[in-house]
Design a protein around this ligand. Structure first.
Ligand code: MLT
Length: 208
């Protein structure tokens, strides 16, 4: 689908009471990428999966970067606002409750940007291989918001210090943070899937 401002896929829930998952792919991915993972993580949940609108040598991303790990902060701000508008429009169009973001790499970084700027748009977030996308001027109100952050201890793309800084900011802002550095690289492992599935299953339905 190309409406609502983003090319996206929407898969309706096949069971009531589960939070919809907002799927945010990594660099070079698209709206199809995370669907099989999400179906493993929380079967039967509604899935909303936009494609990032920025192209880096033909690879979709959610915001521009100047170099690996060096972000164009003006573009990040604009793209975060665009994604926020898409979430609001999609919730209305598909009659959805507040979603839980599931983001990988660049997608996890824009999910972190959403948490830092518009925390009410997400009921929670699973952030795979995320870093602090920018140093916030003031802390967002994340009181009690469940966030799972899974890093890879040998990730060559995401500096460990930046993931730790993200964890510290989320925690200081009051998020109910679960943070683990797994023995993994940038790619997801079975351990990521197992931990995130358990976290999401415990998240539902009463904490929506
Ligand atoms: C980013 O650009 O968001 C991070 O470096 C991760 C990625 O390459 O997707």
């Amino acid at each position: 689908m190309t409406d609502l401002g983003f090319i996206h896929r929407f898969i309706p829930a096949t069971q009531p009471g589960l939070p919809p998952l907002l799927l945010l792919h990594g660099t070079g991915g698209d709206e199809n990428d995370l669907i099989p993972l999400a179906q493993q993580l929380l079967p039967h949940a509604a899935l909303l999966s936009p494609r990032g609108k920025v192209l880096e040598q033909g690879m979709p991303r959610f915001f521009r970067r100047l170099a690996e790990g060096v972000f164009d902060l003006d573009d990040l701000k604009l793209r975060t606002a665009e994604l926020a508008a898409f979430i609001a429009a999609a919730r209305k169009a598909y009659d959805l409750p507040t979603p839980v973001a599931v983001g990988f790499s660049n997608g996890a970084n824009i999910a972190a940007s959403l948490l830092l700027t518009q925390p009410d748009l997400l009921a929670g977030a699973v952030l795979f291989r995320a870093m602090l996308p920018f140093e916030p001027g003031s802390l967002p109100g994340l009181a009690g918001k469940p966030v799972l952050l899974l890093s890879g201890s040998s990730d060559q793309m995401i500096p460990a210090a930046s993931s730790k800084r993200l964890a510290a900011v989320l925690q200081t802002a009051g998020a109910k943070l679960a943070y683990q550095a797994l023995p993994a690289g940038h790619g997801l492992t079975q351990q990521d899937v197992t931990i995130a599935a358990q976290w999401l299953q415990e998240f539902t339905p009463e904490k929506i």
